[in-house]
Design a protein around this ligand. Structure first.
Ligand code: PEP
Ligand code: MG
Length: 562
């Protein structure tokens, strides 16, 4: 039989080969009986008992995840526990029981409204709908007394396939046994994807309906690098996938063949990812997306909790720098407990620094207090950057808040240290105002995920315009070039922390464009470091000039292939 390839989104640049086991979370319910055949009191009791059992299971899974993966990942279970006590959700289930539905049907109906609401909000909020489905399915399984596949005990060499995996499912997977997983739904930033990256499991998500046609016991390859699932792989494909990644881990800093240093750093979202970043040879943290500390919980982390996390990051890189980005919420990353109006076009709305200087001013001050204090306490060098900056005024106002916070810490008699300060270059406005921003700041970091969507006017989440959302487009390259020139003219250093930085095919181009630092998911660091040491800077510059002179993305790609 010849092999068949299905495309999805690669989550980790790792491949695995194994035998399919399907994970079917859906519990099939028969038609409900007539309302007068249902005893509401008995059904309320069944629902209460299921809630208690679900709490117990979640608490146990929480404790295990905290021990085996990390406290930050375990926080997701706290959010699930809170959902179980959310009167809006439990109230909807109870209402459905009062209307004559048995507990299981009431659970299905009661959760539906909340799930639909979150899905309608789009982006990462929609991904939180996955959390609600997870809880609903757990309750359904308990109420109907259904068996569940034990994900922590899968046979060695399993490739797990599912329509969707939830955070609690993924946290149970043992990377020693599971060769990979693939899901029909889900995106790169879903929790399942984030877990897969932090525990190093080959994974492809968002494969679509075709995935559902793969039969149990089939042999498949999950190629997280190419973003492909290969059914009935031939011998060569199988061997390639089974080979462990043969890349040298360089823990030392690297320079081009002619001696230009290039810092290769890691992007992290939680402290649990620090260990992996160090293990892959990261010189530094180039982007700490702090919003992950604020997601999936009912209240924000307070100053001391944040302080502890930032110090942990600084201590993990005693000789390096840790660039912490202040909260970037809004857009596709709403947080339930912040006061946010629903916006027609959230990516062009109140997100990032706009929120920190507006409705989230208090959260911003607390975060800055924790950061400045961490700078004095942790071993590494702290740098702080602001997301989604579009104007010089936003930077001036942010710097004024920092001055205020400093005065406050002085008054409180608390030790602090001023970090390096910088901005994400993610808007065309920041590119055009680069010279003025660089005069005020120590560094820039280019966020190509957003910069591409704003330069090309193509959403980073819309499949229909994915061909336009490509940082290889000469328009994006010219924006990067201009930002690099502006930074260097103002004696600021400039890095890149968008996904583009971790694409090993682009290392030479990015070095040629003059970037001082590249920051990426830890797993791609060894490949990028291996590329840096081969580069001749003069050749890379010439290559970058050609790419900048290209008229189309196709021409850029041709030049890359040459
Ligand atoms: C970016 O926009 O490139 C970036 C790194 O930020 P995020 O992906 O968190 O928006
Ligand atoms: Mg961004």
């Amino acid at each position: 039989m010849s092999e068949r390839r299905l495309e999805g989104t690669g989550v980790t640049p790792l491949s695995g080969v194994g035998t399919v086991i399907w994970y079917d979370q859906e519990v099939d319910l028969p038609e409900p009986p007539a309302p007068d055949e249902v005893d509401p009191d008995a059904e309320h009791d069944r629902f209460e008992t299921a809630l208690d059992a679900a709490r117990e299971e979640l608490q146990a899974e929480r404790d295990r995840t905290a021990e085996e993966v990390g406290e930050d990942e375990a926080a997701i279970f706290d959010a699930h526990l809170q959902f179980l006590d959310d009167p809006q959700i439990t109230g909807a289930v109870e209402d459905a029981i009062d209307e004559g539905l048995p507990a299981e049907h009431a659970v299905r109906e009661g959760f539906e409204g909340a799930i639909e609401q979150m899905e309608a909000a789009g982006g990462r909020m929609a991904e939180r709908a996955d959390d609600l489905r997870d809880i609903r399915d757990r309750l359904l399984r308990i109420v109907t007394d259904s068996e569940r596949l034990d994900l922590s005990e899968l046979p060695e060499g399993t490739v797990l396939l599912a329509e969707m995996l939830t955070p609690s499912d993924t946290a149970q997977l043992d990377p020693e046994r599971v060769a990979g997983f693939a899901t029909a739904k889900g995106g790169r930033t879903s929790h399942a994807a984030i877990f897969a990256r932090s525990i190093g499991i080959p994974a492809v998500v968002g494969v679509g309906e075709q995935l559902l046609e793969i039969e149990a016991d089939a042999e498949i390859v999950v190629d997280g690098e190419a973003g492909e699932v290969v059914v009935d792989p031939d011998e060569a494909t199988r061997e390639r996938a089974a080979e462990s990644r043969d890349v040298e881990i360089r823990t030392e800093r690297v320079a081009t063949a002619d001696g230009e240093p290039v810092e290769v750093a890691a992007n992290i979202g939680t402290a649990a990812e620090l260990e992996g970043a160090v293990a892959q040879g990261a010189d530094a943290v180039g982007l700490f997306r702090t919003e992950f500390l604020f997601l999936d919980r009912a209240t924000p982390p307070d100053e001391d909790e944040q302080l502890e996390t930032y110090v942990e990051a600084l201590d993990a890189f005693p000789e390096g720098r840790v660039v912490v980005r202040t909260l970037d919420i809004g857009g596709d990353k709403p947080i339930p407990y912040v006061d946010a109006e629903e916006e027609e076009n959230p990516f062009l709305g109140t997100r990032g620094i706009r929120r920190s200087l507006g409705p989230d001013a208090e959260l911003f001050r607390t975060q800055l207090r924790a950061l400045l204090r961490a700078g004095a306490e942790g071993d590494g060098e702290l740098a702080v950057m602001f997301p989604m900056v579009a104007t010089v005024k936003e930077v001036d106002r942010s710097l004024a808040v920092i001055e205020d916070v400093r005065a406050e810490l002085d008054e409180d008699g608390l030790a602090y240290e001023m970090p390096e300060l910088g901005v994400m270059v993610e808007t065309p406005a920041a590119v055009f105002m680069g010279e003025q921003l660089a005069e005020r700041l120590d560094f820039f970091s280019i966020g190509t995920n957003d910069l591409t969507q704003y330069v090309m006017a193509a959403s980073r989440q819309n499949e229909a315009v994915a061909h336009l959302h490509n940082p290889r487009d000469p328009a994006v390259l010219r924006a990067i070039d201009r930002a690099v020139d502006a930074a260097h003219a103002g004696d600021a250093w400039i890095g890149m922390c968008g996904e583009m930085a971790g694409d090993p095919e682009l290392t030479e181009l990015l070095v040629g464009l003059g970037l001082d630092e590249l920051s990426m998911s830890a797993v791609t660091i060894p490949d990028v470091k291996a590329n840096v040491v081969e580069i001749d800077t003069a050749e890379a510059r010439e290559f970058a000039e050609q790419a900048l002179a290209s008229e189309t993305k196709a021409q850029v790609n041709e030049r890359l292939e040459e």
